[in-house]
Design a protein around this ligand. Structure first.
Ligand code: 5GP
Ligand code: MG
Length: 170
């Protein structure tokens, strides 16, 4: 495995995003909504770094079990989503690829009466967006490689890694 982004790089970038979010959301009812399972680490690290009051919640989205990339139908489970009515919501995902996931979730959450919605991703793949969606907070732009670690999986393995890596074919 090749390390693309180190643990140290992730930690300092997450801290920068936290300072940006504090500046943007001070005095507002902030709700961080992480897209499970990939955003688990980002959600946990950001929530602890942001030094203003916030609420933390999750929504689940993904492709069919076993699939490596999202193609076709997106499965969304909102049964654990807290009440977002009147809240200033930031939807957090691990990676922006085609844009289907974030735009579908933004459409769904916007129907639940939030005061505002923005989006944040740890990673954004360059040149892959099919649905035009511009994340308000982006950690790193990366080339079009399949990445794992810091929440991102390959068939449910590798989420625990503290860095972002690229898997080799074998
Ligand atoms: P989109 O809906 O933007 O095409 O895809 C976003 C979702 O696809 C992410 O939440 C993630 O689950 C998955 N995904 C896209 N690219 C990668 C990748 O390189 N590695 C991993 N592990 N998942 C990816
Ligand atoms: Mg995902």
């Amino acid at each position: 495995m090749e390390i693309l982004i180190t643990q140290q790089q992730i930690q300092s970038r997450v801290a920068e995003l936290a300072r940006q979010i504090e500046a943007d959301y001070t005095g507002r009812p902030l709700s961080l909504i992480g897209v499970m399972t990939g955003s688990l680490m980002l959600l946990a690290d950001l929530a602890r770094s942001i030094q203003i009051p916030s609420r933390v919640g999750v929504i689940q989205a993904g492709s069919y079990r076993g699939a490596t990339t999202v193609s076709g139908t997106l499965l969304i489970n909102d049964s654990f989503l807290p009440d977002v009515a009147g809240r200033d919501v930031i939807i957090l995902d691990d990676i922006l690829d085609t844009g289907h996931t974030l735009s579908s979730l933004r459409d769904l959450i916007s129907k639940l009466g939030p005061n505002s919605i923005t989006t944040g991703v740890l990673l954004r793949k360059i040149g892959r967006q099919i649905i035009p969606i511009e994340p308000d907070y982006t950690g790193f732009e990366i080339p079009n490689r399949f990445v794992i670690g810091y929440g991102l999986d390959y068939n449910d393995d590798y989420r625990h890694l503290p860095h972002i890596g690229v898997l080799h074919e074998s």
